[in-house]
Ligand binder design. Structure first.
Ligand SMILES: [Zn+2]
Length: 120
């Protein structure tokens, strides 16, 4: 039995994509693509390219992005695979705003309660 110590990954998938009942490509961190077929029978898929185990977390609806944090604790936006193009296609400005909101909501260590907006 070969046991590889690959870190387990997880990915978010939009509920709308699962309901579409069409093959759904999941992109791994390594760039490999695993196509899954709804209804999801397996919650964990294995990337053929890097052999990572990827856990699939289905989120209801068409969320676009969810918040996560990078290893340093900074908030980041994680794309929800299978979300609609208009939800995923956000501008840098929208991305920046979303991350700023995330810092305000989740950041308890840093003071982010500055009032007033920057005028550009
Ligand atoms: Zn991979």
């Amino acid at each position: 039995m070969r046991e590889k110590l690959k870190p387990d990954l997880f990915t978010f998938v939009a509920g709308v994509a699962v309901e579409r009942n069409e093959p759904l490509p999941i992109t791994c961190n390594c760039g490999g693509v695993i196509t899954i077929m709804p209804p999801l029978q397996e919650q964990v898929v294995v990337c053929a390219r890097c052999e990572s185990r990827i856990k699939i977390l289905v989120l209801e609806g068409d969320p676009g992005y969810v918040f996560g944090s990078d290893p340093s604790g900074e908030p980041m936006l994680i794309p929800v695979q299978g979300s609609s193009k208009q939800k995923l296609d956000i501008s840098d400005e929208e991305r920046r705003k979303a991350l700023e909101d995330a810092r305000k909501r989740f950041g308890s260590t840093k003071k982010t309660t500055k009032k007033g907006r920057r005028h550009e």
